[in-house]
Structure formats: C-alpha cells, structure tokens
Design a protein around this ligand. Structure first.
Ligand SMILES: *Cc1c(COP(=O)(O)O)cnc(C)c1O
Length: 308
C-alpha cells in the first residue's frame, strides 16, 4: 500500500511531498511503517511479550502498543522519568493497556536488561524493539519506502534531485540511503536533524547503513557510503522538542494552505529546515521530495501553540 506523493506550490523548485503520515495504521508515520515489519518478525519468532523504549510523546510506542493490544501480546514500555508529560500518544498507550516502567535516563539500558531477564526467568519469550524502531528491520522499512518513490518516479517520468526528511535515530535516513545506493541513483538525501549534533548524529546513520548492507551481503565501498550520508545539524534550534516562531509559522501555513498537519518536534522543524537549506545552498529548478514522517497526534499536543 503506497502512501501518496503529490506536488505542492513553490516558486523556486518543484516540491513534492510523500505523505507517510497517511500510512494506514494508527495515525500512520514512519513508526507505523517500521512497526509493521517488526511485528512480522515478532509473529515469526512466536514471541509472547514485547518490550520497547520511548518517552511519553513517542509515536513509536503508540504504534507498538496498539498492535500488541490487537494481537493480545503484553507490552511493556521503559520510559525516561525526565520526559514524562501528558500527551495524546501517552493517553493512547494507556488505552491500549501497555505497562509503563519509568526510570531515570542514565539507568535505561540497565533497566531494559533487568526487565528482559526477569521476563525470561518467568518463562516468557520477550522481544525487544529499540527506541524509535531502530535497527535493520527499521532500515528495511525505508528501503521499501524508497522502492515506492522509485515507482512514482518511473510512472511520472521524473527524478528527484533531493529527498528531505526529519532525521532522529537515523533509521529512516539509513533506509533511504541504502535504497538509493542499491539502485545506483545519484540523488541527494538530506536528513534534517531534529536533535542530534554531528559528528555523532551522522555516524549513527553511517553505522546503520553499513549494518544493513552487511546483513544483506551487499558490498559497497566506504567512499560511496560516506558521500551519500548527508546529515545536517544546522536546523536543530536548540535541541529535541525545541522550536521557534518560524517553525510555528511553517506549521500554521502548512495546515491552512495545504491541509497538512505537522508537529513542532519533527516534521514542522524539518520542513522549516528544508526551506532554510534550499535558501542557504541556493537550490533552484530542482525536483525535491519532502517525506512527511508523521506524528499527527503531536499536532494536537501543539495546537494551542498555534494561536496568538
Ligand atoms: C521518529 C520520528 C522521526 C525520526 O525518524 P528516525 O527514523 O528515528 O530518524 C521523524 N518524524 C517523526 C514524526 C517521528 O516520529
């Protein structure tokens, strides 16, 4: 089921948007695309308990806890105490009956190990999903997304020069980059960091790309991979979840003029960052694709901020 791609108004370039926020499961988004692949693996492995990590605003946790409820598999969330707040995503994972264990941020990995061991000792076969659906399965989801983009290009007889998107854990970007490398395409995939700084942010994308290609036995030179991973930390605006008036204006504009909801943490920030990048690099007359990675419930968390 391909998500829609269509053109939006722009004076300098031909800008298209891919609506992964409309991925058809639980308010969609990249976490839904990744989550569906994780559940294939969970079912294949006959796991009877799912453990994952995420904050109270996590889109990933919403998806995982929803699917667990549907499949009647118990779901346990390890969540950082520091980031606990009331959000629509949190209300939903309460609705889905997920059990949440709060722990201090610096204790997270220990808590995960303890929890998994405890479940095994009780006779369960727990399945652990990294925060945000990180890992080769998550990467695969965006290799698949890249195939959809290729199909669109073929049907419309065009090639995207640039693909922009919000980059967080880097999994989405890794998948797109792998897709592009495998197809020998010479487009530029620009991850707009929403939190992580370089070199760390970029290095995590690089590692994800290499891990995926290695697992699939695909031999690509480091030189090609290095060239292909463009991760900019220029538009972070102070860190995860931090936003400014410009981002608010972008979100209002996208909703009013296109009817497209965006949030302040990911998509609104990245969409704003994309236009800054286009300006900063004097990009014109190009075919540009922006991937809307979702987060629709966060739009409602932010709604009050849009009024003045
Ligand atoms: C998690 C998330 C991202 C970042 O995706 P990564 O694969 O972690 O880089 C972008 N947009 C939205 C809406 C998200 O929930």
């Amino acid at each position: 089921m391909n998500t829609p791609i269509y053109k939006i108004e722009d004076k300098k370039n031909r800008i298209y948007i891919k609506r992964d926020d409309l991925f058809p499961y639980s308010f969609g988004g990249n976490k839904a695309r990744k989550g569906m692949l994780f559940f294939k693996n969970i079912i294949y492995k006959k796991s009877d308990y799912v453990v994952t990590y995420g904050s109270s605003s996590s889109n990933h946790v919403r998806i995982i806890s929803n699917k667990c409820a549907e499949l009647k598999i118990p779901c346990l969330i390890i969540s950082p105490l520091e980031a606990d707040k009331q959000t629509y995503n949190k209300k939903m994972y309460d609705l889905f009956g997920a059990k949440v264990i709060f722990t201090k941020l610096d204790n997270v990995s220990k808590k995960i190990d303890e929890t998994l061991n405890d479940l095994k000792n009780k006779g369960y076969y727990p399945y652990f999903i990294q925060g945000g659906g990180h890992g080769n399965i998550g990467t695969q989801a965006y290799v698949d997304c890249y195939k959809e983009i290729k199909e669109y290009e073929k049907n419309k007889n065009l090639n995207f020069d640039y693909i922009f998107h919000a980059s967080g854990t880097g999994t989405t970007q890794a998948g797109l980059v792998c897709g592009s490398i495998i197809n020998n395409d010479n487009n530029k995939i620009i991850g707009i960091s929403i939190a992580r700084m370089n070199p760390r942010g970029r290095n995590i994308v690089l590692k994800s790309v290499k891990d995926y290609l290695k697992e699939r036995n695909i031999n690509i030179s480091d030189e090609i991979i290095e060239k292909k991973v463009i991760f900019t930390d220029k538009y972070i605006n102070g860190g995860y979840g931090k936003y400014n008036q410009k981002i608010i204006e972008t979100i209002k504009n996208a909703m009013i003029n296109y009817g497209i909801p965006m949030d302040t943490t990911y998509v609104g920030k990245a969409f704003t960052g994309m236009f800054s990048y286009i300006g900063d690099n004097e990009i014109k007359d190009k075919n540009i694709l922006f991937i809307h990675t979702g987060g629709t419930p966060l739009f409602f968390d932010d709604l009050e901020e849009l009024y003045e």
